[in-house]
Each structure stands twice: as structure tokens, then as C-alpha cells.
Write a protein that binds this ligand. Sequence first.
Ligand SMILES: [Zn+2]
Length: 399
Amino acid sequence: MLIAQTPQGSPVSLYLARHNSPLVSSLRTQSLICPSCKSTVIVKAGQKVIPHFAHKSKAACRGFSENESAFHLLAKTSLNRWFLNQSLQTELEKNYADINRRADISVQIQQTDFAVEVQCSPISAELLQLRSADYRKVGAVPFWLLPSEFIQKSSMIKLSAFYQQFIRYSPAARQYYLLTYSPHEHTFTIYHHLIPLSKSLFLTSFNEYHQDTLYFPSFPIRPFSMSDSLYNVHIKMNEKWLVNVLRYRRSVKDPLLRKLYEANLSLYKTPPWVGLLLRSNIFFLSSPMEWQIHLYISMQRGRTFAKHQLIQELQQLIRRKVIHQRVLLDPPADYMFEQTVDELLNVLEKCDLILPVQSGYMLKKSGEAIGVKEETGLHSIREFHNRMKAQIIQEYNRR
Ligand SMILES: [Zn+2]
């Protein structure tokens, strides 16, 4: 921590203090306490670490986690300087007494209070949501930042579940993106428009900005448009999924294979469109092949099918944990299932694969399967996408 208290309750700050300064020397001899738990703190300062306070004993403290990293101290210091350079009003390690939480930095912009948190150590989705909800309860806007150092600067990135929780949505740029910060480089990195390829793999493009070129809280999110090459990577991943399932998933207990079997279908008898590239794919950890085949099974059950039937099907798949949802920082709205089915039906209609009828929709050419052999199967998938790619990309970009 950078701010401690005298036993009388006056704040004492080590912000921007030098390790060999008279201030640091004098604070070493004073008795000081933690503003959160009121236990004794001591000054820690040396050549390598920013002068800071640390609890004398390893008592549990809700306000400050023990062993605050040098990185975290540097991030707080560097971010605070950035805010002050923008003439913003800040309070380091502000205590929100009503919720008993301490933000790394509180930033005031007109009437809005941003609770800025640099999250270095993994925390659970539940705790992250709880802390965000607490800040909102007292009228503060939680603003989470991740350290840049652990994510590759690449157009294909692997994100652990912890990192994925920080994927945010920009309504203006209509995309999900990730924001990270490096206090060493004084840069923010934006990973634009994340396209999920698997549970943890994403396509993206990134930009690095020196902090002095940016103004909080607006970050330049680049407009996005889907390209042929990105589309092709998505299709490759679908093929990989298919080959993998054919090879390794044989159990009669497998929910997808069992459902196919019960519907008198098999993977070979699913249409080549399953696994469509949709914006909604990011809502799910499971492959779009997986959940779209489930919906296809539901579509072909009767002569026609209804939209609400597919929505219910999708909700049930999530409830039963057959399909898994992705946890994001800005979770999709409650009507996410409707949104997903809407997008799917729209593309199917535009590709002339379904027909709207009075009671809902009808599958067209429902007999067209991917082929009997694995080889011809992949061939018919590629043929479908060559024919429909332009249409599907157009719908993707329109959304
Ligand atoms: Zn404490």
C-alpha cells in the first residue's frame, strides 16, 4: 500500500517518495497503521522496490492482500501520474467504507467516480462480479485493468479463463475487446475484436498506445470488418473439431452423439452449414459446431420449427451444462439466447437454407448431408463455404 495512517487517523503517503529521502527515513521510526484493518504497518523501501507500507504481521486484511507485488505498486503509481497529467482528480487506495472495499485508484470525472483496479493475481469469476457489483452499489464505476506482460502480442492469442473474464464490450464499435496495461512501458494494449477459435484461443489484432496519447476513460477501439482469411481460419477450426470428435468421442454417454443417434442421425448426416461464423459464438466456450448441431437436431424433428423452440433448446443445453457459457466482463444481456437464435436464423434464411412459414420455419434441402466418408464430408463443407462465404461475411459485418 502507498497510504497508511497515524494512530490518530491522519493519512501518510509514500506516493512518489524516493527510497533514500528524509520522508522515508522519518516514517521508518513512526508507528503507523493500515487504514483498513488498523494493524501495524512498516515501511519497505530499497533500490529495487517502490517505497510502500506492508503489514507487520501476516494478518488477513480485506483491504490489502499481503505480498503486494512490485508490479502492482508500480502500476498504481504510474496510472495515478497518468490521471493527474490529465488534470483528473484522484484518490489513491480510496476506501469505500459502505462496502468495505479499497480501490487501487479512484478517479473523479465530473459526477462519475471510477474505481480503477489493476488485477494482477487470478480471482474467481464470482469474486470479480461481486466486487464489481459492490462498487456499483455505492455509485462507483468499476474499471478493471490487466497487466500486459502475460499476453502475447500476436494475432492469435491464448487467454486463460481468468483473462477472458476481462473481455469487455464496446457498443460503439460493436465488438468484444481486451485492454491491458504495462507500467514498465507506460502503454496500454488493446486487443480488438476477439474472435473465438476454441475455449481459449482467439483471433485478434492489437495496438499498443503510449499512455500519454490516451485520455481516460476513452480508448480507441478500431472498427472491424471480417475478412476472407479470418473466415478461413474459423472453418479450419470447425474441421479440426469434426476430425477430433470422429476420432475421440465414441462414448454412448456423449450427449451430442447420443442425441444424434436418437434422432436417427449421425455426424455424417448433419448439414455442411453447422458451425456458422456468428458474432454470438463468443457467448459460448463450446464450439459453434457443437451447439449448432444441437439446434439442427431440434430443427429437423418436425415438419416445421419455431424460434422459441430453439431458444428453449439453447437455454436447456446451458442449464444442463452440455454447452458452456463464456464468462465475460460485460456479460451479454438476458436476451442473449434470443439474440443468438436470431442471428443464426437470419444467416440461414439469407443463405436460402430455411424458409419462413406461418408456424415458424422449414428446413430446405434437409437431405443434403456432409457426405458419407470423412473425405467427401470435408469436401462438401468446403464447397458450401466457398459458395456462401461472401453472404455469411456480409451478414457478420452488418451485425
Ligand atoms: Zn490491513
